[in-house]
Design a protein around this ligand. Structure first.
Ligand SMILES: Cc1cc2nc3c(=O)[nH]c(=O)nc-3n(C[C@H](O)[C@H](O)[C@H](O)COP(=O)(O)OP(=O)(O)OC[C@H]3O[C@@H](n4cnc5c(N)ncnc54)[C@H](O)[C@@H]3O)c2cc1C
Length: 415
C-alpha cells in the first residue's frame, strides 16, 4: 500500500525491551504526565481494545470486534485525517472477501473489475510468447477502495487520527500506550496493526528487523482507461532476467507494478532515503533518476504496448521489497493484559505472495473469534489468544518463506 504515513516512519525504536508482566519498561524518553490510574486489573469479558494503525488490518479488526459486541475499541492512526492517502492494486482471496461480506460491505463497493482471470505471459526479447490463463480464487481491489470502504464504517468516536504511538508500558498491571504528543491511553488488549515499520514489532519483538531484498516494486497508475484491459496480466521473463511486470484495470485507469533490482545505493539515489527508512516512496519522492531507470527498463524488457503504458504514466510510486525473519510469536503479555501483532506489523511479506492484506484480514477474523469466545462464554483470554496464535502463525510464516522463492524465480534481488 502507499500512504503518506509510510514515508519516513522507520525511525529508531523507543525501547528495545518488551513489556513483561508487572513491569514498566517501554515508556518514551519524555514520559508524559500520568494517565488516570486504574488501581485494579480489568477482568471484564469486555476488554478495552486499542488498535494501532488505521489502514486495512486495523479497521478490519475494529469493525469485527465492534460487531462481536466488544464495544470499547479505539483505533489510533498516525496519519492526520487531512493527509491525502492512496494505494494500488491488492488481490483478496475468498477468505478475506467473506470477512468483508460478514461486515456487510457490498463487494461492488471495493471490487470494480470482477474478472477472476490471470493471464500469465512469457516475455522473450520483448515479445509476448506463451500465454497461460488461470483463475484467481479471489478478486482484485485497490488499497484506496478498501481503505475507504472500511474507514467510512468506523464510528467517528472510534478512529483517532494524527495519533502516533511511540511506546508501550505496563502501568498498574495494565498496558499503557504512549503517543508522540505526550498523551497516554490504557487498554486491556493492544492490537498493533501498524504496518511494515511497526512500532509494536520494535517494542515486542525487537530482534526481527526489516532488511532490503535488493529490488523494488515500482508502481504506476494511469488516468486513462485501456478498453482492452479486463484481466490481471502478469508478464514474466522467459529466463531469470531480473524483472516482472503486472498490470490490471482499476477505476478510471490501469495499475502496474514493475519489479526491478536495485542496490541500496541506487534505491537511495532513486527515492532520497535508504530502503529501511523509506519503506514507501510516494509520488513526490520519485526522482528523475528513478523515472529514467524505469522507462529504460520498460524499453529493455517489455513489449511495446506495455512499455508505452509505463512511459505515459505520470503518477508513480514505489516500495522496496523487504524481508524479515519469520515470526515465532503473535501475542505478548503486558502486565495483566496483552499486546498482539497482526498484518504487516507481524510479518510484512513480499508483494508477489499477494498475502499481506489477506493475512491481516484473516488474523483479524480469528482474533474476533477468540474475543467473542471470551466475551460470550468467558473463555480464558490468554488461552484464547494462544489458540489464535496457534491457528494463524503458520500461514504468516509460510508467506514470509514463500517470498524469496518467488523472487528467485524471477531472478530478482540479492537472494
Ligand atoms: C506492490 C504491492 C502489491 C501488493 N499486493 C498485495 C496483494 O495482491 N494481496 C495482498 O493481500 N497484499 C498485497 N500487498 C500487501 C498489502 O498492501 C499490505 O499487506 C497491507 O497494506 C498491510 O496492511 P496493514 O493494515 O497491516 O498495514 P499498513 O497498510 O502498512 O498500515 C499500517 C498503518 O499503521 C499506521 N501507523 C504506522 N505506525 C504507526 C504508529 N506508530 N502509530 C499509529 N499508527 C501508525 C500507518 O500510518 C498505516 O496507516 C501488496 C503490497 C505491495 C507493496
Amino acid at each position: 500500500m502507499f500512504s503518506t504515513a509510510g514515508s519516513e516512519r522507520d525511525s529508531q525504536p523507543q525501547s528495545s525491551t518488551p513489556p513483561d508482566r508487572g513491569t514498566s519498561t517501554t515508556a518514551p524518553a519524555n514520559r508524559p504526565a500520568a494517565t488516570p490510574a486504574r488501581s485494579t486489573t480489568r477482568t471484564t469479558a469486555r476488554p478495552r481494545v486499542a488498535v494501532v494503525g488505521g489502514s486495512l488490518s486495523g479497521p478490519t479488526t475494529a469493525l469485527l470486534l465492534l460487531q462481536a459486541g466488544i464495544d470499547d475499541v479505539t483505533v489510533y492512526e498516525a496519519v492526520p485525517a487531512s493527509a491525502p492517502q492512496g494505494g494500488g492494486l491488492i488481490g483478496l482471496e475468498h477468505s478475506s472477501l467473506d470477512v468483508l461480506d460478514h461486515l456487510g460491505i457490498p463487494q461492488d463497493e471495493f471490487v470494480r473489475h470482477d474478472s477472476e482471470a490471470v493471464m500469465q505471459i512469457t516475455v522473450c526479447q520483448r515479445q509476448p510468447g506463451q500465454v497461460r490463463r488461470h483463475l484467481y480464487a479471489g478478486r482484485n481491489t485497490t488499497w484506496t477502495l478498501l481503505h475507504t470502504a472500511l474507514s467510512r464504517r468506523l464510528p467517528t468516536d472510534v478512529l483517532r487520527t494524527g495519533a502516533r504511538v511511540t511506546g508501550l508500558s505496563a502501568e498498574h498491571d495494565q498496558p499503557l500506550l504512549h503517543f508522540a504528543d505526550g498523551n497516554t491511553a490504557p487498554a486491556d488488549l493492544v492490537v498493533f496493526a501498524d504496518g511494515r515499520s511497526s512500532t509494536g514489532r520494535r517494542l515486542l519483538d525487537p530482534q526481527r528487523r526489516l532488511h532490503y531484498a535488493g529490488y523494488v516494486a515500482h508502481r504506476g497508475q494511469t488516468t486513462s482507461t485501456q478498453p482492452d484491459l479486463h484481466d490481471f496480466l502478469r508478464y514474466e521473463p522467459a529466463e531469470h532476467s531480473g524483472m516482472q511486470f503486472n498490470v490490471a484495470p482499476i477505476p478510471d485507469g490501469a495499475d502496474w507494478t514493475f519489479y526491478l533490482s536495485a542496490t541500496p545505493a541506487q534505491y537511495e539515489d532513486f527515492f532520497g532515503a535508504p530502503p529501511t527508512r523509506r519503506v514507501f516512496a510516494l509520488p513526490h519522492h520519485i526522482t528523475a533518476a528513478a523515472r529514467t531507470e524505469v522507462d529504460a527498463s520498460a524499453e529493455q524488457y517489455l513489449p511495446d504496448e506495455q512499455a508505452a503504458l509505463v512511459h505515459a504514466t505520470t503518477t508513480r510510486m514505489a516500495a522496496p521489497v523487504m524481508d524479515i525473519e519469520p515470526p515465532t510469536q503473535m501475542v505478548w503479555p503486558v502486565g495483566a493484559g496483552h499486546a498482539v501483532l497482526i498484518g504487516d506489523a507481524l510479518a510484512p511479506v513480499r508483494p508477489h505472495t499477494a498475502r499481506g492484506a489477506n493475512n491481516g484480514i484473516e488474523q483479524a477474523w480469528g482474533l474476533a473469534a477468540a474475543l467473542t469466545q471470551h466475551r460470550k462464554y468467558h473463555a480464558d483470554l490468554t488461552t484464547a489468544l494462544d489458540g489464535w496464535q496457534h491457528r494463524h502463525l503458520p500461514a504468516a510464516v509460510a508467506a514470509v518463506q514463500l517470498g524469496p522463492e518467488l523472487g528467485r524465480q524471477y531472478g530478482l534481488g540479492t537472494v
